[in-house]
Ligand binder design. Structure first.
Ligand SMILES: [Cu+2]
Length: 491
């Protein structure tokens, strides 16, 4: 009979043989642990590939606006008061650069050779990809100064690979994944069984994320978040890193008001970047507001680089949000059309911990805007540019066969009464009756506007002379909206 040590070596040999990218750095002294608890590490029987990732947690200095200006307005910070509120450092303002802690990918277990990431990925961790039936082995090493973890969405894991610290009754080996200390490491084993697979109605790859979950809100605000996709069988090629064969581009965008006040490094950032750190009041609302970065992948005011693609090519957009109640985002892709869950749209709805997979075949070349349409987010910098190039002579797909429909629309200044009946339709009370509830909106005085406002409305005319309005009885309910609804039909 073989000795336990020989069994261990044979076991390790077999493991390394099957999975050559796995470097199992276990000492013989840990033999007992290996034999007793090797089951959670040992990949389950699978018909797929084993995808090994070496991730290091590293501290970095991150600049939210490396171009030093508002790219959307092409204004330098000195002449852009809104952008400079967030981006200019001062005696009690941090400015555009912050210390952050992020996931980085390395070529092997030496953690010496860092994998190059596309610039548009910003501070997000590397894109992890796998197919149904695959095993993902994450070799996580913590090079930072606090305990962190990696916790995934969208894949199967057991208690030794969850990466979330909470009172789940687990202990010992099953707890090691819950908090990886500085200098420590852990191997996380995730799988994609059939029950986690994209359905027939889903796109080929689903959008997920991973993040640190010792203290999730603070870990994520510090920077520890990255994208993950799980794909149908046969979607990925055999290269490393794997590429999708069904699309030409895969882009990942995190829409989030990143609250640097929550970062583990807030005090260090004040000490490093404020010219008079003692003058900072961390409870001051305007100081806190200046640290809420309305970012896409950690870039603000159009600073996100290199989002470039070709007309007629298949593009997959993986959109996700994190954060709190302000993180309600409506991502508008100007100039192109998206397909989300089988429906056409040009706006994606993103909430915290919501993952949206959108498909696009760009039609029109040019530089186009991606912006969150929430007013304050748009104003405070949640915008990026994407470039569509014409890369081939393929004729456009849209050969139009319908009618030409012309509309003659005038922008017309009008006085608009919000309560033309003069009374509340549900109670019958006069809108200006004191104490009615409606009186605060309709009372008119030296200091109150009342219920009538100057507005500008689109109005439709019969022809280019703009003499005769189009007035349809069925359009009366449109109110302040344009009087004739613009409709198109498809053959
Ligand atoms: Cu938004």
């Amino acid at each position: 009979m073989q000795s336990p040590f020989v069994l261990f070596l044979l076991y390790r040999q077999l493991f390394n043989c099957l999975f050559p990218r796995v470097m199992w750095a276990m000492e013989p002294g840990h033999l007992l642990w290996a034999l007793l608890f090797v089951q959670p590490l040992w990949p389950r029987l699978t018909d797929g590939a084993t995808r090994v990732y070496y991730l290091g947690i590293q501290d970095v200095q991150w600049n939210y606006a490396p171009k030093g200006r508002n790219v959307i307005t092409n204004q330098p910070l000195d002449s852009d008061t809104v952008a400079s509120n967030f981006l200019k450092s001062d005696k009690n303002r941090i400015g555009s650069s912050y210390k952050k802690t992020i996931y980085k990918e390395y070529r092997d277990g030496s953690y010496m050779d860092e994998m190059v990431q596309p610039a548009w990925l910003g501070f997000l961790g590397p894109v992890l990809k796998a197919e149904v039936g695959d095993i993902i082995l994450i070799h996580l090493k913590n090079f930072a100064t606090r305990p962190y973890t990696i916790h995934p969405h969208g894949v199967f894991y057991e208690k030794d690979s969850e990466g979330s610290l909470y009172p789940d009754g687990s202990s010992g080996w099953l707890k090691a994944d819950d908090s990886v200390p500085p200098g420590g490491s852990h191997i996380y084993n995730w799988t994609i069984p059939e029950g986690h697979a994209p359905t027939d109605a889903d796109p080929a790859c689903l959008t997920w994320i991973y993040h640190s979950h010792v203290d999730a809100p603070r870990d994520i605000a510090t920077g520890l978040i990255g994208p993950l996709i799980t794909c149908k069988r046969g979607t990925l090629d055999g290269n490393f890193p794997p590429q999708r064969q069904d699309v030409d581009n895969d882009f990942f965008l995190l829409f989030s008001v990143i609250d640097e006040n929550l970062s583990w490094h807030i005090n260090e950032n004040i000490a490093t970047y404020c010219s008079d750190p003692a003058s900072v009041d961390i409870e001051d609302e305007t100081f806190q507001e200046s640290n809420k970065m309305h970012a896409i992948n950690g870039f603000v005011f159009g600073n996100l680089p290199d989002l470039s693609m070709c007309t007629q090519k298949r593009v997959a957009w993986h959109l996700f949000g994190m954060g709190n109640e302000v993180d309600v985002h409506t991502a508008f892709f100007h100039g192109q059309m998206l397909t989300i869950r089988g429906h056409r749209t040009d706006v994606a709805h993103i909430f915290p911990a919501t993952f949206v997979t959108a498909e696009m075949v760009p039609q029109e070349p040019g530089t186009w805007l991606i912006s969150c349409q929430v007013n304050s987010h748009l104003q405070d910098g949640m915008q990026a540019l994407y470039k569509i190039k014409s890369c081939s002579m393929t004729p456009p797909m849209n050969l139009l066969t319908g009618k030409v429909r012309q509309y003659f629309i005038e922008a017309h200044e009008i006085q608009w009464d919000y309560g033309p009946m003069g009374h509340d339709g549900s109670t019958g009370k006069n809108l200006r009756e004191p104490g009615s509830g409606s009186d605060k909106f309709f009372q008119k005085s030296s200091s109150r506007i009342g219920g009538t406002y100057w507005k500008v409305r689109y109005e439709a005319f019969q022809d280019e002379t703009f003499q005769e309005k189009v007035q349809l009885e069925e359009d009366k309910h449109l109110g302040i909206l344009g009087e004739e609804s613009l409709t198109c039909e498809f053959n």
